[in-house]
Every structure is written in C-alpha cells, then in structure tokens.
Write a protein that binds this ligand. Structure first.
Ligand SMILES: Nc1ncnc2c1ncn2[C@@H]1O[C@H](COP(=O)(O)OP(=O)(O)OP(=O)(O)O)[C@@H](O)[C@H]1O
Length: 585
C-alpha cells in the first residue's frame, strides 16, 4: 500500500466540493426576495387595516385612497404567496435532477468495484431519498426560513415608524429569542435526524440484498425468516421517524405556547397600556396586535424544521460525504500515452485488501503482444485480484503492473480502460434492446458491425431467429437470455470494443457444456491478434496458452507451458491428472 499512499500524498489536494445548492442559488435568492416582498405587503395591509379601524372608530368613513391601498396590499400579498411556491417547487425539481446527475458522474469517477452490497443499497437510498430531502430543504425551506428570520426586523421597523417607537423597543428585546431557539433545537436534534438517515439507509440496503438474493432465499425456504429481518429494519425506521416527530411536537408545543401566546399577549397588553396613556390611537393599537402575529411567523417555519430542515440537513451531510470521496487511484495530470505496445507486465507485485493479509506476494510475469497467458490456481489464490490490478481497479502495494511499459497507476484510468476488454463470469444486460446492449461497447457502430460481432460471438443465428432481431427488448422486462447466450453478448461487445488486451475471467464457469463449446470457439476467434490473460479453474481451457502461471496462496509456484508443467509434480500436474481421471480423457 506504500506506493499508493505515497502517490496519493504527492497528488494535489482535491478541490473542495462546490455547495449542493449551487445549481439553484439564483432561484433561492428569488424566493428570499419574494418572502420579503410578501412580508412587506402583509405589513402594509395590517397597518392599513389599523388605519381603517381608527377612521371608523373616530366616526369617519375610510377614504377611497385607503380602500384602494388595502385592496392593492391584499392583492400583492396574494400574488407573492402564489409565486413563492411556484419558484421553490420548480427549483426543488431542478435541484433533484442536477444532484442525481452529479452523484452519478461522481460514482463513475470513483469506480465502484470494491463496494459491498450494503454500500450499494445505501447509495440507492442516498441518490433517491436523500436527494429528495435535500432538494426540498434547499429549495422550499432554506430560502423562506432565512427570509423569515429577517422579516421580524422589517416588522419592528414598521412598528417603530408607523405605530409606536417605544412599543417597538420593548418587543425588540424578545425577538432575538426566536433564531436563538431555532439554533439550539437544531443542535440538540442533529443526532436524531442523522440516526433517522442511517436507519433509512440500512433498510434500503437490506431490501436490495433481499431482492438480489430472492431466488436463493426461496430455494432455502428462508423467505419468511428474511421477511422478519426486513420487518424489524422497517420497525427501526418507524421508531426513528416517531422520534423525529416527537421532537417536532415538543418544539411546537414549547414554541407555540411560550412565543406565540407570549408575544401576542405582550403586544395586546402594550397596546392597551399605550392606548390608555394616549400615546397611540385605536387604529395603531389594532395594528400593533395584528403586526405581532407577523413577528411569530418564523415559528411556523420552526414547525416545518423537523420534517424538512432536520431531515434535509442530515441528508445534505450524507451527500457531501459521498461527494468528498476521492478515487482510490487518482488520475495523474500526465497525458495518455499513444501507440504503446500491448505488452502486460507484473513486476514484483504484492497486494493486500486488508493490511497484514497479503493476497498477492511478489508476483512477476510478462505477456508479450499477441501472446496468451493463463493464470491458474486454487480458489482464493489471487487470480481475480491480479486481473483487477491490471484493470487499475485497485493499485499494487509493492511492485509495478504495466501496459506497454507504463505503470497503470501513472497513466489516466480512461487510457487503461481503452486498452482492455473483459469477458467475465457473468454479463450484465441493461434494460433496452439488444442493439443498445451491444452499442455499450461501440456507441457509433452500425447494424453491419453489430451483425459481424454477433457472428464472431456465435450468436448471429439466434438473434436472426428472434421476431424483433436487434430490436428485441432486454433487461428486467425483456428477453431472458441463458447464461451462455449472455456470455456471447459479452464476447460480441468485446469484438466491438476491439481493445488490444483481452482478459477472460472464467467466462465459461457458469454455463453448460454445450454453451461452453460455442463460447470457446467464439473466444478463440476473439483472441486472434490480442494479448490475452486467461483466468481459469478448468484446466482444459488453458492447454493452448503460451504460458501458464500457477498461483498458490498469492505466490507464483510454477511457470511454463502446458507440457513443461505436466511433466513436473506440482499443483498443475496433479490437478490435470485429477481432471483427466474425472473426465476419462
Ligand atoms: N474486495 C475484497 N475485499 C477483501 N478481500 C477480498 C476481496 N476480493 C477478494 N478478496 C480475498 O482475496 C483473496 C483472493 O481472491 P481472488 O478472488 O483474487 O481469488 P481467485 O483466485 O480469483 O478465486 P476464485 O478462483 O475462487 O475466483 C481471497 O481470500 C478473497 O477472499
């Protein structure tokens, strides 16, 4: 791991991720302006109501100017009340889409080869539920709450200017308690909301696990038992939500009783005292009480704080954590080499997933362009790990893995991926058509090229027999291909990608003998002119390799051709004799 950490130490510090709200900053500003404007219109309306009542109390008819002002303020207030949600809801939708695209791009950059299934489930939950919470938080909540925290200042100014400066001064002493209370509650409930997100993620992970393992669970009749585990994870989530709601209710109770009732009672008493002193008239006294209701407006937002604010801020932390993850192998600033020969070399390579338990130890071999090298050895000896190192999914702790003389960790990852094509044990078919699935490997390929690739893969006759041919739907609700057919789609993709290095990671391990023959002949055609690394359990498939490397417990214990190794007494000769005895050949 030393080489990797040294390399990471040398790379420039990762750029600070831009804020999650960046994409909608302008729209949030509009919602703040909208909220202020709405507050101004409401304040004007309440002052005018006070003035009108004052006129009526004095036995006068309110002037037509006052009536027009009242109607205009009410209309403006209604207009802003309708506009703000229109801006915030659109901003939320926009932020959801842009955040999901950002997470997806980030995951592509990170690569996900070492993510466990649990982490995959959590990722799904982050990219769906957490993004929704964050979008609602930033778009429909943050703007209005920021505005609402400042609106009391506007209202106090209006009271001071148009009603009574003394009353404004007395009320101003109580107003800072509102943002202070919100801040205290935010801190004390941060743990509860983070716990809620963790529980939601755990449930998503369990659910994905159950879905992926559904047939295994059914096979072992464990469906009901696993259902109980899921139900218990669901129950944990219900409890976490209840804790959040209980917190919300406590706050609503305290805040509503203490602040709302307190503020309105205080304003009423103040209004009566000042009226009694003759400092203000009846209209101003009414306006003072009405305006006090505006002052407690932020408390409504405190109520929403728990659903949207607390859930949203915990989800924002979760997304920021994900976006702060850096690829385990950073891309160097050097340009991609051009025209490197397709030579693969492992030189003194060691690797450990967990420090202290090496999986590969001092492994060296070379495959010159156009040659085929087979890695064989018992299960767990490190064969797939070697293939992962060559693909640059992981980095060697010691030694160098190189392509055409370039250390794979010192060249851009895209370049390495362009050099290599892989036919693995299983093949993933995306939801779409067969054509889409083939074009994954060569987006610009026309149908002639696709048919040619299918011919090389021994799959053209099968596809021609399908009523919809290349347009046949695949994936979850489409055509179910057999394991052997799916492997031949993988071979056709490899033909289309036409990379100089081919990794065959036990591509026939999951197929029947008949499919194996069709796959092996297709692979022979695919291998022509390429540098090939074969990973194999079944020794019959590696006889024709130019070199065979035997790995045992992460070390190279034998190295030679089939005939050379067979004449010895090592693992290969023993395994080959066992295979021959079993098959009678
Ligand atoms: N992502 C991982 N994290 C931790 N350990 C791992 C990981 N992948 C593989 N290992 C461990 O590394 C060792 C080598 O695994 P690897 O898959 O390379 O062996 P293999 O020879 O390809 O085995 P098989 O023939 O069964 O596929 C095993 O002990 C395995 O448990």
């Amino acid at each position: 791991m030393d080489a990797l950490s040294a390399e990471q130490g040398a790379s420039p510090a990762p750029p600070k991720p831009e804020s999650l709200m960046g994409a909608i900053r302008g729209r949030v500003l509009w919602s703040v302006l909208g909220t202020w404007s709405q507050a101004l219109a409401t304040t004007a309306l309440l002052l005018l109501v006070g003035a009108a009542i004052g006129e009526i109390a004095a036995g006068r008819t309110p002037s037509s100017g006052l009536i027009i002002g009242l109607v205009a303020a009410a209309a403006l207030r209604a207009l802003f009340a309708a506009l703000i949600p229109a801006v915030t809801i659109r901003a939320g939708g926009f932020l959801e889409v842009s955040l999901r695209a950002r997470i997806y791009r980030h995951l592509l950059r990170l690569g996900a080869p070492l993510r466990s299934r649990e982490q995959s489930g959590q990722l799904v939950s982050t990219a769906t539920e957490a993004v929704e919470l964050v979008a609602t938080y930033y778009a429909t909540f943050l703007g209005p709450i920021l505005a609402s925290m400042t609106v009391p200042v506007l209202v106090l100014a209006a009271i001071a200017l148009f009603v009574d400066p003394w009353a404004a001064l007395v009320i101003a002493i109580a107003v800072p308690a509102i943002p202070l209370t919100v801040g205290i509650f935010e801190r004390s409930f941060a743990k509860v909301s983070a716990g809620y997100r963790d529980t939601a993620n755990r449930l998503a992970a369990r659910f994905l696990d159950a879905l992926q393992g559904l047939s295994t669970l059914k096979l072992f009749n464990q469906g009901t038992a696993h259902g109980r585990t899921l139900a218990s994870a669901s129950e944990d989530l219900r409890r976490a939500i209840m804790r959040l709601l209980a917190g919300n209710q406590v706050i609503l109770f305290v805040v509503d009783t203490v602040f709302s009732l307190g503020m309105i009672t205080a304003a009423t008493v103040l209004a009566m005292v000042r009226l009694d002193e003759g400092a203000i008239g009846i209209g101003e006294a009414v306006a003072l009480v009405l305006l006090a209701t505006q002052l407690v407006e932020p408390l409504d937002k405190v109520g929403q704080f728990f659903y949207i604010g607390m859930g949203g801020s915990a989800a924002a932390k979760e997304i920021k954590r994900l976006l702060a993850e850096r690829p385990s192998i950073p891309d160097p600033a050097t340009p991609a080499p051009d025209g490197a020969p397709a030579e693969v070399e492992f030189h003194g390579v060691s690797f450990a997933y967990d420090p202290g338990s090496p999986v590969l130890r001092d492994v060296s071999f070379r495959i010159t362009p156009g040659e085929k090298l087979a890695l064989v050895g018992p299960s767990g000896s490190g064969k797939s790990t070697a293939a992962a190192l060559l693909q640059r999914n992981i980095a060697a702790g010691e030694g160098v893995v190189s392509i055409g003389g370039h250390n794979v960790t010192e060249v851009p990852g895209d370049w390495v991926r362009e050099q290599i094509t892989v036919v693995a044990q299983t093949t993933y078919l995306f939801t779409g058509t067969l054509r889409d699935n083939l074009r994954v490997a060569a987006p610009g390929a026309d149908d002639d090229r696709l048919w040619q690739a299918l011919r090389t893969a021994n799959l053209d006759e099968f596809v021609r027999g399908l009523p919809e041919g290349l347009d046949t739907p695949t994936g979850e609700r489409g055509l179910m291909l057999s394991g052997g057919q799916a492997q031949r789609v993988a071979i056709a993709r490899a033909v289309l990608k036409d990379a100089p290095i081919l990794i065959l990671d036990e591509p026939t391990s999951n197929v029947d003998l008949e499919s194996e023959a069709a796959i092996l002949s297709a692979l022979d055609r695919l291998a022509v002119g390429r540098t090939v690394l074969v990973i194999a359990h079944r020794l019959a498939t590696v006889r024709d390799a130019d070199h065979i490397v035997v790995l045992e417990d992460g070390r190279v214990t034998e190295h030679g051709t089939h005939d050379e190794l067979l004449s010895g007494t090592g693992h290969y000769a023993r395994a080959m004799r066992r295979t021959e005895a079993e098959t009678g050949s």
